[in-house]
Write a protein that binds this ligand. Structure first.
Ligand SMILES: [Fe+2]
Length: 400
């Protein structure tokens, strides 16, 4: 093994962090699932003694029938319905200000990762009015109780309904960063398959590939595994290979939609403990710089990075392939089949094998953001330095 000095530091950090992770609380949100589970919001708020929720969502969902019906059951609420993809810090500040002005007493975030993350970041600002979002970027910098939080995903992918992370973007610098703290884990996750039925097939596919990336990256980060983590990853991978193509082909298949919500939830629980990896670190920079949707960037990067890891990940990828019944044979054959399966799914979904927008001029900046995110925190199979990230980004952009 030929490790540089900073990589030795990273591995020592990860060993210590891994020990800490095993003793930290691992409680996830309470799950309310099934068709029309959304209509149980009122019941939950009553049980929790909450009177004035702040609903956070986006412009598409606010017009949907299910949203209008659900709001009709609430006596009193405030509404922020202008969260856009890759929410910026200004949006988060607006939500936090509205929450305070209108004396809300809890959050209900409805939508994909952007809506949930914007509300989670706002809840961090409510808990810590003395700290800016930038100051809370990183790990365990909120450390104060946040308001009661109900997360209602309308995509099956982000896992934000059960994670401790909120990803926001600085609108001036385009830097996309994550606030990670256990207090940001939602109290309730409402997994209602009816809400995902109207999601267009391509979005179903890219968000589903995001969930797959969570499960695979968490599975490879063995130093941070708790007892339950490998099982959560394996089950999520198997369900995604089985049900994502069905949800893509037949959007109103409620069984496939519900299974995808469960898979995304399990993958979210897994990566909340075990973290994600270099795929996400690179995908966040592509999303921040060019507004490429997160799931799409992950879907393109995942087979490229897994192939780049090579022998280091043969055994775990082979385990996943066998568990998901997609291959048999030697580790090397099964790992290759696993990567090929991801490429095949991408092709079926119309996901390209590269991203055209990447420019050579941006690589330095992007690689430095990626290193900043990944190291020393992510216990990845291969630690990437700036040059390594640049090589990967060049391949993703087909620049060389
Ligand atoms: Fe993700």
């Amino acid at each position: 093994m030929d490790l540089k000095l900073d990589q030795i530091y990273d591995r020592l950090y990860q060993s210590a962090f891994g020990l800490g992770i095993r003793i930290l609380p691992g409680k996830g949100p309470q799950v309310v699932s099934g068709a029309h589970a959304l209509n149980r919001i009122n019941e939950i708020l009553e049980k929790e003694g909450k009177l004035h929720p702040m609903i956070v969502t986006g412009p598409r969902i606010v017009k949907s029938e299910f949203f209008v019906n659900a709001c009709g059951t609430l006596k009193e609420y405030s509404l922020f319905s202008d969260v856009r993809p890759d929410p910026d810090t200004k949006t988060v500040e607006k939500i936090a200000a509205m929450y305070t002005q209108e004396r809300c007493d809890c959050f209900v975030a409805i939508g994909g990762g952007s809506n949930m993350d914007a509300a989670k970041a706002a809840s961090a600002r409510i808990a810590r009015p003395d700290r800016t979002l930038q100051e809370m970027g990183g790990t365990l910098k909120v450390r104060r109780r946040t308001p009661l939080f109900l997360a209602v995903p309308t995509t099956a992918g982000t896992g934000s309904e059960c994670t401790v992370a909120a990803v926001v973007t600085d609108p001036e610098t385009h830097h996309k960063y994550s606030i990670n703290d256990f207090v940001l884990c939602p109290d309730y996750a409402i997994l209602d398959p009816v809400l995902t039925v109207s999601l267009p097939p391509f979005l179903t596919a890219t968000t589903g590939m995001d969930a797959l990336t969570h499960a695979v990256e968490a599975y490879l980060n063995r130093p941070y595994h708790r007892r339950e983590t490998p099982g959560q990853c394996r089950e999520a991978v198997r369900a995604i290979f089985r049900y994502l193509p069905e949800a893509f082909k037949k959007p109103d298949n409620l069984k496939a939609r519900q299974e995808m919500l469960f898979a995304s939830f399990k993958a979210g629980l897994a990566f909340t403990t075990a973290c994600v990896g270099n795929v996400h670190a690179a995908a966040h920079t592509i999303g921040g710089m060019y507004h490429v949707p997160h799931g799409l960037a992950n879907a393109v990067l995942l087979p490229i990075v897994l192939e780049d890891y090579g022998k280091k990940v043969e055994r775990p990828l082979a385990d996943l392939a066998r568990f998901a019944h997609i291959a048999a044979g030697t580790d090397s054959e099964c790992a290759a089949a696993f990567i090929q399966k991801i490429r095949d799914m991408n092709r079926t979904f119309g996901i390209p094998d590269h991203i055209e927008k990447i420019s050579e001029d941006d690589l330095d900046q992007m690689a430095s953001w990626a290193v900043q995110e990944a190291n020393p925190l992510y216990p990845v199979p291969v630690i990437y330095d700036r040059e390594h990230f640049k090589r990967i980004l060049r391949r993703v952009g087909q620049l060389s």
